[in-house]
Design a protein around this ligand. Structure first.
Ligand code: XIL
Length: 344
Protein backbone atom coordinates (compact mmCIF):
# COMPACT_ATOMS: atom_id res chain seq x y z
CA UNK A 1 0.00 0.00 0.00
CA UNK A 2 2.74 2.45 0.91
CA UNK A 3 4.26 2.03 -2.61
CA UNK A 4 1.04 3.31 -3.99
CA UNK A 5 1.47 6.58 -2.13
CA UNK A 6 5.08 7.11 -3.14
CA UNK A 7 4.37 8.69 -6.54
CA UNK A 8 1.76 10.94 -4.95
CA UNK A 9 4.16 12.04 -2.22
CA UNK A 10 6.92 12.62 -4.77
CA UNK A 11 4.57 14.69 -6.92
CA UNK A 12 3.48 16.84 -4.00
CA UNK A 13 7.11 17.31 -3.02
CA UNK A 14 8.09 18.40 -6.52
CA UNK A 15 5.20 20.84 -6.65
CA UNK A 16 6.17 22.32 -3.31
CA UNK A 17 9.77 22.69 -4.41
CA UNK A 18 8.78 24.24 -7.70
CA UNK A 19 6.74 26.87 -5.91
CA UNK A 20 9.33 27.73 -3.32
CA UNK A 21 10.74 30.55 -5.38
CA UNK A 22 14.38 31.11 -6.21
CA UNK A 23 16.75 31.82 -3.30
CA UNK A 24 16.41 35.39 -2.08
CA UNK A 25 19.75 37.18 -2.40
CA UNK A 26 21.21 38.87 0.68
CA UNK A 27 20.66 42.29 -0.86
CA UNK A 28 17.47 43.31 -2.57
CA UNK A 29 16.94 44.25 -6.19
CA UNK A 30 16.34 47.78 -5.02
CA UNK A 31 19.64 47.87 -3.13
CA UNK A 32 21.70 46.96 -6.17
CA UNK A 33 19.61 49.25 -8.40
CA UNK A 34 20.03 52.18 -6.00
CA UNK A 35 23.76 51.64 -5.98
CA UNK A 36 23.84 51.98 -9.76
CA UNK A 37 21.32 54.85 -9.79
CA UNK A 38 18.97 52.70 -11.74
CA UNK A 39 15.28 53.31 -11.71
CA UNK A 40 13.40 50.08 -11.16
CA UNK A 41 9.69 50.21 -10.49
CA UNK A 42 6.32 48.52 -10.52
CA UNK A 43 2.72 49.55 -11.00
CA UNK A 44 0.64 49.72 -7.87
CA UNK A 45 -2.97 49.59 -6.87
CA UNK A 46 -3.83 51.60 -3.78
CA UNK A 47 -6.37 48.96 -2.80
CA UNK A 48 -3.72 46.22 -2.49
CA UNK A 49 -1.35 48.68 -0.88
CA UNK A 50 -3.84 49.16 1.92
CA UNK A 51 -4.83 45.53 2.25
CA UNK A 52 -1.68 43.46 1.95
CA UNK A 53 1.45 43.72 4.06
CA UNK A 54 3.50 41.42 1.78
CA UNK A 55 2.61 43.66 -1.12
CA UNK A 56 3.78 46.77 0.71
CA UNK A 57 6.97 45.11 1.93
CA UNK A 58 7.88 43.68 -1.47
CA UNK A 59 7.34 47.03 -3.12
CA UNK A 60 9.36 49.01 -0.62
CA UNK A 61 12.21 46.49 -0.44
CA UNK A 62 12.56 45.56 -4.07
CA UNK A 63 11.68 48.68 -6.06
CA UNK A 64 12.64 52.35 -5.92
CA UNK A 65 9.83 53.70 -8.08
CA UNK A 66 6.07 53.24 -8.54
CA UNK A 67 3.34 54.11 -11.01
CA UNK A 68 -0.40 53.91 -10.42
CA UNK A 69 -1.97 50.97 -12.21
CA UNK A 70 -5.33 52.77 -12.45
CA UNK A 71 -5.57 55.38 -9.70
CA UNK A 72 -4.31 58.29 -11.80
CA UNK A 73 -6.39 57.59 -14.90
CA UNK A 74 -8.99 60.15 -15.97
CA UNK A 75 -12.05 58.27 -14.66
CA UNK A 76 -10.47 57.83 -11.25
CA UNK A 77 -9.22 61.40 -10.85
CA UNK A 78 -12.29 63.17 -12.24
CA UNK A 79 -15.28 60.84 -11.77
CA UNK A 80 -17.69 63.77 -12.11
CA UNK A 81 -17.19 66.92 -14.13
CA UNK A 82 -15.10 69.38 -12.17
CA UNK A 83 -15.01 67.12 -9.08
CA UNK A 84 -11.59 65.67 -8.59
CA UNK A 85 -11.01 62.62 -6.40
CA UNK A 86 -7.38 62.53 -5.37
CA UNK A 87 -7.64 60.25 -2.31
CA UNK A 88 -6.13 57.06 -3.72
CA UNK A 89 -3.57 58.80 -5.86
CA UNK A 90 -2.50 60.85 -2.83
CA UNK A 91 -2.12 57.68 -0.75
CA UNK A 92 0.09 56.21 -3.40
CA UNK A 93 2.26 59.31 -3.55
CA UNK A 94 2.47 59.33 0.26
CA UNK A 95 3.59 55.68 0.27
CA UNK A 96 6.31 56.56 -2.22
CA UNK A 97 7.48 59.45 -0.08
CA UNK A 98 7.56 57.38 3.11
CA UNK A 99 9.68 54.80 1.34
CA UNK A 100 11.85 57.20 -0.58
CA UNK A 101 10.58 56.09 -3.98
CA UNK A 102 9.95 58.14 -7.11
CA UNK A 103 6.56 58.24 -8.84
CA UNK A 104 5.74 58.00 -12.54
CA UNK A 105 2.44 59.47 -13.65
CA UNK A 106 0.05 57.42 -15.78
CA UNK A 107 -1.87 58.76 -17.69
CA UNK A 108 -3.44 62.11 -18.61
CA UNK A 109 -5.25 61.08 -21.75
CA UNK A 110 -6.23 57.72 -23.18
CA UNK A 111 -9.12 56.38 -25.25
CA UNK A 112 -9.88 54.00 -22.36
CA UNK A 113 -10.79 54.73 -18.73
CA UNK A 114 -12.83 57.75 -19.71
CA UNK A 115 -15.61 58.54 -17.20
CA UNK A 116 -19.26 58.08 -18.17
CA UNK A 117 -20.05 61.81 -17.89
CA UNK A 118 -17.43 62.53 -20.52
CA UNK A 119 -18.59 59.82 -22.90
CA UNK A 120 -22.28 60.52 -22.68
CA UNK A 121 -22.30 64.10 -23.90
CA UNK A 122 -21.63 65.36 -27.41
CA UNK A 123 -19.12 68.09 -26.53
CA UNK A 124 -18.17 70.86 -28.89
CA UNK A 125 -14.51 71.19 -29.73
CA UNK A 126 -14.17 74.22 -27.45
CA UNK A 127 -15.86 72.49 -24.53
CA UNK A 128 -13.78 69.35 -24.81
CA UNK A 129 -10.58 71.35 -25.15
CA UNK A 130 -11.45 73.19 -21.97
CA UNK A 131 -12.20 69.92 -20.14
CA UNK A 132 -8.87 68.45 -21.16
CA UNK A 133 -6.97 71.61 -20.28
CA UNK A 134 -8.58 71.81 -16.85
CA UNK A 135 -7.86 68.15 -16.19
CA UNK A 136 -4.20 68.36 -17.14
CA UNK A 137 -3.61 71.61 -15.27
CA UNK A 138 -5.39 70.45 -12.11
CA UNK A 139 -3.62 67.12 -11.94
CA UNK A 140 -0.16 68.43 -12.75
CA UNK A 141 -0.53 71.29 -10.32
CA UNK A 142 -1.47 68.89 -7.53
CA UNK A 143 1.53 66.64 -8.05
CA UNK A 144 4.05 69.31 -8.98
CA UNK A 145 7.48 68.27 -7.74
CA UNK A 146 6.19 64.82 -6.75
CA UNK A 147 6.01 63.05 -10.09
CA UNK A 148 9.16 62.84 -12.16
CA UNK A 149 7.56 61.84 -15.47
CA UNK A 150 4.05 61.69 -16.94
CA UNK A 151 2.54 59.65 -19.71
CA UNK A 152 0.77 62.63 -21.20
CA UNK A 153 -0.77 60.64 -24.02
CA UNK A 154 -1.32 56.89 -24.02
CA UNK A 155 -1.90 54.67 -27.07
CA UNK A 156 -3.00 57.29 -29.61
CA UNK A 157 -1.75 55.34 -32.64
CA UNK A 158 -3.11 52.03 -33.98
CA UNK A 159 -1.02 49.02 -34.99
CA UNK A 160 -1.56 50.14 -38.58
CA UNK A 161 0.05 53.47 -37.83
CA UNK A 162 -3.18 55.49 -37.95
CA UNK A 163 -4.66 57.83 -35.38
CA UNK A 164 -6.80 55.78 -33.02
CA UNK A 165 -10.43 56.77 -32.74
CA UNK A 166 -11.17 58.16 -29.31
CA UNK A 167 -13.28 60.76 -27.64
CA UNK A 168 -10.26 63.07 -27.89
CA UNK A 169 -9.16 62.49 -31.45
CA UNK A 170 -12.67 62.31 -32.89
CA UNK A 171 -13.57 65.76 -31.60
CA UNK A 172 -10.27 67.57 -31.33
CA UNK A 173 -8.25 66.07 -34.17
CA UNK A 174 -4.47 65.80 -34.07
CA UNK A 175 -4.09 69.02 -32.14
CA UNK A 176 -5.27 67.33 -28.99
CA UNK A 177 -1.96 65.66 -28.57
CA UNK A 178 0.20 68.74 -29.07
CA UNK A 179 -1.99 70.87 -26.84
CA UNK A 180 -1.86 68.26 -24.08
CA UNK A 181 1.93 68.31 -24.02
CA UNK A 182 2.03 72.12 -24.06
CA UNK A 183 -0.41 72.45 -21.16
CA UNK A 184 1.52 69.86 -19.21
CA UNK A 185 4.81 71.68 -19.70
CA UNK A 186 3.31 75.04 -18.79
CA UNK A 187 1.90 73.68 -15.55
CA UNK A 188 4.91 71.68 -14.38
CA UNK A 189 8.08 72.57 -16.27
CA UNK A 190 10.12 70.03 -14.30
CA UNK A 191 8.28 66.81 -14.93
CA UNK A 192 9.28 64.77 -17.98
CA UNK A 193 6.65 64.36 -20.64
CA UNK A 194 6.15 61.02 -22.37
CA UNK A 195 4.19 59.49 -25.19
CA UNK A 196 3.44 55.85 -24.20
CA UNK A 197 2.33 52.91 -26.34
CA UNK A 198 2.44 49.12 -26.83
CA UNK A 199 3.68 46.87 -29.66
CA UNK A 200 5.80 49.73 -30.91
CA UNK A 201 9.09 48.60 -29.42
CA UNK A 202 10.77 47.15 -32.52
CA UNK A 203 10.92 49.08 -35.77
CA UNK A 204 7.52 48.47 -37.36
CA UNK A 205 4.62 50.37 -38.91
CA UNK A 206 3.41 51.58 -35.54
CA UNK A 207 6.77 52.67 -34.17
CA UNK A 208 7.60 54.37 -37.49
CA UNK A 209 4.45 56.45 -37.11
CA UNK A 210 5.25 57.27 -33.49
CA UNK A 211 8.77 58.20 -34.48
CA UNK A 212 7.45 60.54 -37.18
CA UNK A 213 5.07 62.05 -34.66
CA UNK A 214 7.66 62.78 -31.99
CA UNK A 215 10.11 64.00 -34.62
CA UNK A 216 7.46 66.44 -35.78
CA UNK A 217 6.92 67.54 -32.18
CA UNK A 218 10.64 68.15 -31.67
CA UNK A 219 10.90 70.13 -34.91
CA UNK A 220 7.92 72.28 -34.03
CA UNK A 221 8.88 73.01 -30.47
CA UNK A 222 6.16 70.88 -28.86
CA UNK A 223 7.59 69.77 -25.51
CA UNK A 224 8.32 66.06 -25.20
CA UNK A 225 11.05 64.27 -23.29
CA UNK A 226 10.56 60.64 -24.07
CA UNK A 227 8.70 57.65 -25.39
CA UNK A 228 7.35 54.87 -23.17
CA UNK A 229 7.64 51.28 -24.35
CA UNK A 230 4.95 49.28 -22.57
CA UNK A 231 6.47 45.88 -23.36
CA UNK A 232 3.60 43.54 -22.59
CA UNK A 233 5.16 40.51 -24.19
CA UNK A 234 4.79 36.72 -24.33
CA UNK A 235 7.49 34.37 -23.08
CA UNK A 236 7.04 32.16 -26.14
CA UNK A 237 7.84 34.93 -28.64
CA UNK A 238 11.40 35.66 -29.57
CA UNK A 239 12.41 39.16 -28.73
CA UNK A 240 13.88 41.12 -31.62
CA UNK A 241 16.43 42.86 -29.43
CA UNK A 242 18.34 44.45 -32.30
CA UNK A 243 15.24 45.97 -33.82
CA UNK A 244 14.18 47.38 -30.45
CA UNK A 245 17.70 48.75 -30.07
CA UNK A 246 17.47 50.45 -33.46
CA UNK A 247 14.22 52.10 -32.38
CA UNK A 248 15.72 53.20 -29.04
CA UNK A 249 18.68 54.71 -30.87
CA UNK A 250 16.68 56.68 -33.40
CA UNK A 251 14.74 58.17 -30.49
CA UNK A 252 18.05 58.93 -28.76
CA UNK A 253 19.13 60.80 -31.87
CA UNK A 254 16.11 63.06 -31.43
CA UNK A 255 17.26 63.70 -27.86
CA UNK A 256 14.51 61.55 -26.35
CA UNK A 257 14.61 59.21 -23.39
CA UNK A 258 12.98 55.79 -23.38
CA UNK A 259 11.21 54.29 -20.38
CA UNK A 260 10.25 50.63 -20.25
CA UNK A 261 6.93 51.46 -18.67
CA UNK A 262 4.78 48.35 -18.25
CA UNK A 263 6.98 45.29 -18.62
CA UNK A 264 5.35 41.91 -18.15
CA UNK A 265 6.12 38.58 -19.80
CA UNK A 266 3.04 36.42 -19.84
CA UNK A 267 3.16 32.64 -19.95
CA UNK A 268 0.69 30.41 -21.76
CA UNK A 269 -0.85 28.02 -19.24
CA UNK A 270 0.00 25.49 -17.92
CA UNK A 271 3.04 27.09 -16.39
CA UNK A 272 6.07 24.79 -16.34
CA UNK A 273 9.63 25.20 -15.16
CA UNK A 274 10.76 25.45 -18.79
CA UNK A 275 8.36 28.27 -19.44
CA UNK A 276 9.46 30.08 -16.29
CA UNK A 277 13.05 29.75 -17.50
CA UNK A 278 12.10 31.15 -20.89
CA UNK A 279 10.32 34.01 -19.17
CA UNK A 280 13.46 34.66 -17.13
CA UNK A 281 15.46 34.79 -20.34
CA UNK A 282 13.12 37.44 -21.77
CA UNK A 283 13.48 39.58 -18.65
CA UNK A 284 17.23 39.19 -18.89
CA UNK A 285 17.26 40.18 -22.57
CA UNK A 286 15.16 43.23 -21.80
CA UNK A 287 17.27 44.35 -18.86
CA UNK A 288 20.53 43.86 -20.76
CA UNK A 289 19.19 45.91 -23.63
CA UNK A 290 17.94 48.55 -21.22
CA UNK A 291 21.30 48.80 -19.47
CA UNK A 292 23.24 49.02 -22.69
CA UNK A 293 21.40 52.06 -24.10
CA UNK A 294 22.14 55.29 -22.21
CA UNK A 295 18.85 56.99 -23.08
CA UNK A 296 16.88 54.16 -21.36
CA UNK A 297 16.22 55.68 -17.97
CA UNK A 298 13.43 53.76 -16.17
CA UNK A 299 12.36 50.12 -16.05
CA UNK A 300 8.96 49.37 -14.54
CA UNK A 301 7.00 46.12 -14.42
CA UNK A 302 3.22 46.13 -14.69
CA UNK A 303 2.57 44.75 -11.24
CA UNK A 304 4.43 43.19 -8.36
CA UNK A 305 3.16 39.67 -7.86
CA UNK A 306 1.24 37.17 -9.98
CA UNK A 307 -1.37 37.31 -7.25
CA UNK A 308 -2.61 40.59 -8.67
CA UNK A 309 -2.15 41.07 -12.37
CA UNK A 310 -4.23 42.32 -15.25
CA UNK A 311 -3.04 39.44 -17.47
CA UNK A 312 -5.64 36.69 -16.74
CA UNK A 313 -8.45 39.21 -17.18
CA UNK A 314 -7.20 40.45 -20.54
CA UNK A 315 -5.32 37.58 -22.21
CA UNK A 316 -7.19 34.31 -22.09
CA UNK A 317 -5.01 31.31 -21.30
CA UNK A 318 -2.09 33.39 -20.04
CA UNK A 319 -0.81 34.28 -16.59
CA UNK A 320 2.18 34.51 -14.25
CA UNK A 321 3.85 37.43 -16.03
CA UNK A 322 5.66 39.11 -13.13
CA UNK A 323 8.78 38.80 -10.97
CA UNK A 324 7.12 37.48 -7.80
CA UNK A 325 4.74 34.54 -7.49
CA UNK A 326 1.41 34.51 -5.65
CA UNK A 327 3.15 34.09 -2.31
CA UNK A 328 5.46 37.03 -3.10
CA UNK A 329 8.40 34.68 -3.54
CA UNK A 330 10.96 35.65 -6.18
CA UNK A 331 10.75 33.73 -9.47
CA UNK A 332 13.50 32.81 -11.93
CA UNK A 333 12.60 36.05 -13.73
CA UNK A 334 13.59 37.98 -10.61
CA UNK A 335 16.89 36.15 -10.45
CA UNK A 336 17.56 36.89 -14.12
CA UNK A 337 16.83 40.58 -13.72
CA UNK A 338 18.94 40.72 -10.58
CA UNK A 339 21.91 39.01 -12.19
CA UNK A 340 21.82 41.14 -15.28
CA UNK A 341 21.95 44.28 -13.16
CA UNK A 342 24.70 42.87 -10.95
CA UNK A 343 26.82 41.85 -13.91
CA UNK A 344 26.59 45.19 -15.65
C1 XIL B 1 -4.71 48.17 -17.30
C2 XIL B 1 -4.82 47.80 -15.84
O1 XIL B 1 -3.73 46.98 -15.49
C3 XIL B 1 -6.13 47.10 -15.57
O2 XIL B 1 -6.30 46.91 -14.18
C4 XIL B 1 -7.28 47.91 -16.13
O3 XIL B 1 -8.47 47.16 -16.01
C5 XIL B 1 -7.06 48.27 -17.58
O4 XIL B 1 -5.82 48.93 -17.72
N1 XIL B 1 -1.75 49.63 -21.15
C6 XIL B 1 -1.81 50.66 -20.26
C7 XIL B 1 -2.31 50.41 -18.89
O5 XIL B 1 -1.34 51.77 -20.56
O6 XIL B 1 -2.93 51.53 -18.35
C8 XIL B 1 -3.22 49.22 -18.84
O7 XIL B 1 -3.55 48.95 -17.50
C9 XIL B 1 -2.58 48.04 -19.51
C10 XIL B 1 -2.26 48.32 -20.95
Amino acid sequence: MKYLFMPVITFVLICTLAYDGVPRPARSLRAIADERRLLIGACVSTRHLQANEDYRATLANEFNSIVAENDMKFHRLQPRKGEFAFGNADRLVAFAKENDMSVRGHTLMWHDSVPAWLKETAWSKEELREILKTHIETVLERYKGKIFAWDVVNEAITDEGEWRESIWYDTLGEDFLFDAFRWARETDPNTKLFYNDYSAEPVNTKSDRIYALVQDMKENGVPIDGVGFQLHIRAEDELDVESIRENIRRLANLGLEVHFTEVDVRIRKPVTEEKLALQAQRYRELMELFLSEPNCTAFLTWGVSDRYSWIPGHFEGYDDALLFDRAFLPKPAYEALYQSIEQN
